[in-house]
Write a new protein. Structure first.
Length: 561
RNA sequence: CGGGGCGUAGCGUAGUCCGGUUAGCGCGCCUGCUUUGGGAGCAGGAGGUCGCAGGUUCAAAUCCUGCCGCCCCGACCA
């Protein structure tokens, strides 16, 4: 590709809307342009990368027996109503105004629709069907460039099996395929167990990449590889100390003391001597959730303990329920259910709110004063706590979800009546799995992990070109000829070459563009070296430059690639 | 949806508080000449519904009202 004729609009200045490196780099290198919030056009360079990622995915999906479909994005709403997912998706689903269609946010229903009546016998199973297509979700807040968009490219596949054991096999095939895909893309990733959320189904795992731009928070153990979404992560921590002597309960005047930090400062105590109260409304009834110090209530864990309708109490409800505002609420005299985090179990000499504004109480003994409290693991783990598997230190950080594999079960086949006949002629719902990869996220994560202050550092196999050929002094006809010849030769050797043949750009301009665009090998064709039969090559990743004989070009390139 | 910020030429921005020249600057773009190993120099030039609509005023980028859009934090998130 000749740069003089190609549409690769690079930006010298930082785009003001972009914050994270991948977004900035995609804009600066002319890979994408935004059309509207969360809606991006892929320009030729960006699309080239997307196609390379999609090809890798295709190869690995085909290798496990996957068959590629091309499905409609426009779906009759009726099908989605059969599985009750119009309601489940709510405002996240795009609705077409002038016909009863929706824009598909995923494709379980449509794949199941096609399976119905066609996968009739156990002999037809298993099947793995996949597609690489655009999905639509009306995200309330798109962000981080292509990482969270309202329209995005997703590889989703669906497995259809006759037994749960076979589903395990399909799931395992995907697990292995996903590892190969992300390995081939050169990503540093890890796998976490996750809750299945609104998709329904049992087991699920997420493929994650560590990034400040991530929307998930995970706990990770370097030494044993334990990884879990912080929503479900456990940790080993010391319980609070039970003192030999239990003081009796006494009231303390604490004007303007609201937070645990303020309370600790006011009383010169450690946060572990305090118990924080949060009021939740569970199936219309108040529940007090007691935590040690500033420990965070983990609402996912809480929801498991309190199934059904659950929400935090509104500030204006708190006074009616407890007699005090947030900041002065406590467990003593609380007239409804109280549950507490395990860390607090059997604690004594604790400080908490007095259910009277501007007052706290000390000397609480949970055994003595609140014998009916129920204890559960309710806290959110934090960095530095012990790994539940090996007791090494856990690290908690943000991560981007690249892929997610689910054992769906029969939720969709039940709802849509996708049945097969077993050996005995009995009908059963087909057992499904569902497996997604965010294709643009793969590109974004690659950039997050492979850049420096000058720009992108591409390496095989995602690099849009192998070689960035920079020809200088092009107004010299001899040099122009040399550049053109080299360009042709490199291509005939099978390399993908981006040829900077611009006559009006200065050398420095070209060098900086090359570093920004980041092809693995830069070849600099300059007059002086050329006259000595030599040429300069630069390794973008290491920055190493070498001047070689013209006839050594190919072997040198192959070493770098 | 809550909180905060922003919207002025393709990009980045000044001016807005306190209304008053022809809306300024850098980059980019066009023409010419000179340059050509780390984002060139000189000269000339094009390019603006100041987000949109309404209002106040002799006068609005600037003040008021409504709306739209974008970014960040939060809520939400198969």
């Amino acid at each position: 590709m000749r740069l003089s004729k190609s549409f690769i609009p690079t930006l010298k200045e930082l785009p003001s809307d972009a914050v994270i490196p991948s977004h900035i780099l995609m804009l600066r290198t002319g890979m994408v342009r935004m059309l509207s919030a969360g809606i991006y056009s892929f320009l030729p360079l960006g699309y080239k990368v997307i196609k390379k990622i999609a090809d890798i995915i295709r190869e690995e999906m085909d290798a496990i027996g996957g068959q590629e479909f091309h499905l409609p994005a426009l779906n009759p709403k009726e099908i989605w109503e059969e599985t009750n997912r119009v309601e489940a998706f709510g405002d996240t689903m795009f609705h077409v105004k002038n016909r009863d269609y929706v824009l598909a946010p995923t494709h379980e229903e449509i794949m199941a629709f096609h399976a119905k009546g066609v996968l009739k016998s156990y002999k037809d199973l298993p099947q793995i069907w996949y597609q690489i297509q655009t999905k639509f979700r009306n995200e309330p807040r798109p962000r981080s460039g292509v990482i969270r968009g309202r329209q995005f490219l997703m590889k989703d596949s669906y497995s259809f099996d006759s037994t749960w054991e076979n589903l395990d096999k399909s799931y395992e095939l995907h697990d292995q395929a996903y590892r190969k895909i992300f390995d081939r893309c050169g990503l540093k990733y890890f796998v976490v167990g996750a809750s299945s959320g609104a998709m329904g189904g049992s087991k699920s795992e997420e493929f994650m990449v560590r990034s400040e731009a991530g929307e998930d928070t995970v706990a990770f153990c370097e030494s044993c590889g334990y990884a879990a979404n912080v929503e479900v992560a456990a940790s080993v921590i010391a319980s609070i100390t039970r003192h030999g002597n239990s003081k009796s309960v006494y009231e303390i005047h604490t004007p303007d003391v609201k937070s645990i930090d303020e309370l600790c400062e006011f009383l010169k105590i450690d946060q572990r001597e305090t118990a924080k109260s949060r009021i939740y409304i569970h199936n219309e009834k108040p529940v007090l959730v007691l935590m040690s110090g500033n420990d965070d209530v983990n609402e996912t864990k809480l929801a498991k303990v309190l199934p059904g309708n659950l929400r935090p109490g509104h500030p204006d409800e708190l006074k009616t329920i407890t007699g005090a505002d947030a900041g002065s609420i406590g467990p003593l005299e609380f007239k409804h259910r109280i549950i507490a985090d395990l860390r607090l179990q059997d604690g004594n000499n604790l400080y908490s709110g007095a259910n009277k504004n501007d007052y706290h109480v000390g000397g609480i003994d949970l055994q003595r004063d609140l014998p009916n409290v129920e204890y559960f693991d309710l806290r959110t783990v934090e960095s530095g706590e012990g790994c539940p598997q090996c007791n090494s230190k856990l690290e908690v950080f943000k991560a981007i979800e690249l892929g997610h594999i689910f054992k769906l079960g029969t939720k969709y086949s039940d709802a849509l009546g996708v049945n097969f006949l077993d050996e005995k002629g009995e009908a059963h719902p087909v057992i499904m799995g569902s497996y997604g990869i965010g294709v643009e996220r793969v590109a974004a994560c690659y950039l997050e992990q492979n850049h420096d202050e000058y720009g992108i550092i591409w390496q095989k196999p995602l690099n849009p070109f192998d070689i960035h050929l920079i020809a200088l002094n092009l107004k010299n006809v001899e040099m122009e000829k040399a550049g053109d010849d080299l360009y042709e030769n490199l291509q005939s050797e099978g390399f993908e070459v981006l040829y900077d043949d611009r006559k009006d750009a200065t050398a420095g301009f070209k060098f900086n563009d090359a570093d920004l665009l980041g092809m693995p090998v830069q070849i600099i064709l300059g007059e002086k070296n050329y006259k000595n039969g030599k040429i300069e090559l630069k390794n973008r990743r290491t920055g190493e430059k070498q001047i070689v004989e013209f006839n050594k070009i190919i072997e040198t390139i192959k070493k770098i690639l």
